[in-house]
Design a protein around this ligand. Structure first.
Ligand code: NAP
Length: 237
């Protein structure tokens, strides 16, 4: 039984993929800032998971999170999924907003990765999977901060993969296209219609497709330092 720590556990995509991760293969450890609400959601939807509240922008809370994971035997698979988006033309983007995006999308993943690696290096096994976006490769108007934060995350994962290449640990990124959950629900319908026209498969992504990519990266020990694009053909490397 491997332990998966999924950050951003209270988000739309996490809630959609949590029930699809087989409970007989994985113990699911979820973290969110709103633990009680997520624990109730899991109970209501018969999702077997342990839940911990932490703000990942606060180092001491991340340390407490990893101490908690140790009571289950540590983290075998870390999915850095917590993320925020913000739309603003680059000339209107405030330093505070850019800082917030970098804190959540990049530095929080760095904090979690560093602490996860402590245990993984001891075990000689680990999978780090960070969640990026097609927007990091094909930006749209107003996405400079989001694009920068996700690009930093992808570069960081490539660097980490080198540091642990002989330790049984892989570090990869999944760059989602537009997935039918979570932050997509905040996008106005007219913009969604427009985005869909640019997706060759003519549909938004589904949770099962995310889980298939996660399974692949868990199973494939020879895949490291990569960005796996799942976007219905919207962008190609
Ligand atoms: N949906 C898409 O189409 C799409 C496309 C490309 C990439 N992505 C990426 O996929 C990931 C999940 O997105 P989503 O659509 O599920 O978004 P979402 O519903 O907005 O969920 C985002 C999650 O991030 C967490 N978070 C934000 N700030 C945090 C902090 N300071 N500490 C801890 N957690 C924090 C939130 O936690 P709380 O539960 O505490 O609020 C929330 O659970 C993100 O990294 C996003 O960039 C999504």
């Amino acid at each position: 039984m491997k332990n998966i720590l999924l950050t951003g556990g209270g988000g739309g995509i996490a809630k959609a993929i949590a029930p699809l991760l087989p409970a007989d293969s994985y113990r699911l450890l979820l973290t969110t800032r709103a633990g009680d609400a997520l624990a109730s959601f899991c109970k209501e939807h018969s999702i077997q998971a342990e839940v911990f509240s932490a703000d990942l922008t606060v180092q001491t809370e991340v340390e407490a999170l990893f101490e908690w994971t140790n009571s289950f035997g540590g983290v075998d698979i870390l999915i850095n999924n917590a993320g925020v988006s913000h739309a603003a033309a680059s000339w209107k983007l405030s330093a505070e907003e850019l800082h917030r995006l970098m804190e959540v999308n990049f530095y929080s993943a760095v904090r979690c990765t560093q602490l996860a690696l402590e245990g993984m290096r001891g075990k000689g096994y680990g999978r780090i999977i960070s969640i990026s976006s097609v927007v990091a490769h094909k930006p749209a108007f107003g996405t400079s901060a989001y694009t920068a934060s996700k690009s930093a995350l992808e570069g960081y994962m490539r660097g980490v993969s080198m540091d642990v290449s002989t330790k049984g640990i892989t570090a990869n990124t999944i760059a989602y296209g537009y997935m039918n959950a979570g932050m997509l629900n905040d996008v106005p319908q007219a913009i969604l219609d427009d985005i869909k026209k640019g997706i060759p498969q003519d549909q938004f992504g589904r949770p099962e497709q995310i889980v298939a990519a996660i399974h692949y990266l868990i199973e494939s020990e020879y895949t490291t330092g990569q960005t796996l694009h799942i976007n219905g053909g919207q962008w190609m490397p």
